[in-house]
Ligand binder design. Structure first.
Ligand code: URA
Length: 299
């Protein structure tokens, strides 16, 4: 690279270079190739070996639940200014158990947000600008769980703020909800490069965090938006078109059972607007469920 006295590199200002890098990231480029080959599997193994050692030197944090319903304003989580190691880690069992322990040790929603923001065990984190944790009211009765942030969510650090999110907002309004009366998050908190689907291993790595998140929020109702969160959290291989509109129980742990409704993802509705009538039925069902008096939650 050639840098001259005016801070430009090959004729480009730092801002222009950032724009180019963001363009590549949006297009799905998640690593830079160099002249000499790099064994990233070896790097991943080394990093995975380091995680348990680093954890051992930490004081265990006590897990308790009483802070779960604290209402806190939901600010976007911006990545720490120290850049993460430039390695794309391949999730493995050690990383999954580290994720489980990290999530389990978070005593409340804010602690979970912080734990996730500094969790380095998932490769997706390194291609994302922000950790997209949640939006809305953690004390709300209903928690929506989507798939993963897209480009707009990654930029703003908040879930469902792009086109799909705008449609979701309209659907919420139609049943008298908004972001002050519901809580919104995703199965995966980091944008997969180029909006590809998360891999099964990435889903397994993120599962402990979303399970703990639901456990801490403990809403009256969970709404699963689309295939990814439905399959991962209900442990089913059935597709969303056959499961949507049918209530079942979600168990974030063996003591908690929460009515859960799978429904179509707003991004799917943007591509298939004729299916909005099915979503409308599902959203009316959510409204009816929320309106049931306490103690009459027979679905
Ligand atoms: N799609 C999702 O599943 N989540 C978002 O936050 C945005 C789009």
């Amino acid at each position: 690279m050639v840098s001259n006295g005016d801070n430009k590199v090959q004729g480009k200002t730092p801002g222009e270079l950032m724009e180019i890098l963001h363009f590549y990231a949006d297009a799905g480029v998640d690593c830079v190739l160099e002249e000499a080959p790099i064994n990233r599997f070896k790097q991943a193994t080394e990093i995975s070996n380091e995680i348990p050692k680093a954890r051992q030197s930490e004081q265990p944090r006590a897990a308790h639940h009483q802070d779960a319903h604290q209402k806190q304003p939901q600010a976007p989580t911006v990545q720490a200014s120290t850049p993460p190691p430039l390695a794309a880690t391949v999730p493995d069992e050690a990383a999954v158990s580290d994720a489980r322990e990290t999530a389990r040790n978070a005593p409340n929603v804010d602690a979970l947000r912080e734990a996730l923001a500094s969790f380095n065990g998932c490769n997706l984190r390194f291609g994302a600008r922000n950790t997209v944790f949640a939006d809305g009211n953690p004390a709300a009765q209903v928690m929506f769980i989507g798939e993963a942030p897209g480009r707009d969510e990654d930029r703003q650090g908040l879930p469902f703020v792009g086109r799909a999110g705008q449609l979701l907002d309209k659907m919420l309004t139609a049943i008298s909800l908004d972001r002050t009366s519901c809580y919104i998050t995703n199965m995966i908190p980091w944008r997969p490069p180029g909006n590809r689907s998360p891999t099964p291993l990435e889903i397994e790595l993120c599962r402990p965090f979303i399970e703990r998140h639901v456990e801490l929020v403990n809403p009256k109702v969970v709404v699963l938006l689309g295939n990814v969160s439905t399959k991962a959290l209900l442990g089913t291989t059935r597709g969303i078109l056959s499961l949507r509109g049918t209530w079942s129980q979600y168990h974030p742990n063996s003591d908690i059972s929460i009515p859960a409704l799978p429904t179509l993802h707003p991004a799917y509705l943007l591509r298939n607007p004729a299916q909005k009538k099915l979503s409308w039925q599902d959203f009316l069902s959510i409204r009816a469920h929320l309106d049931q008096p306490a103690g009459d939650q027979s679905q």
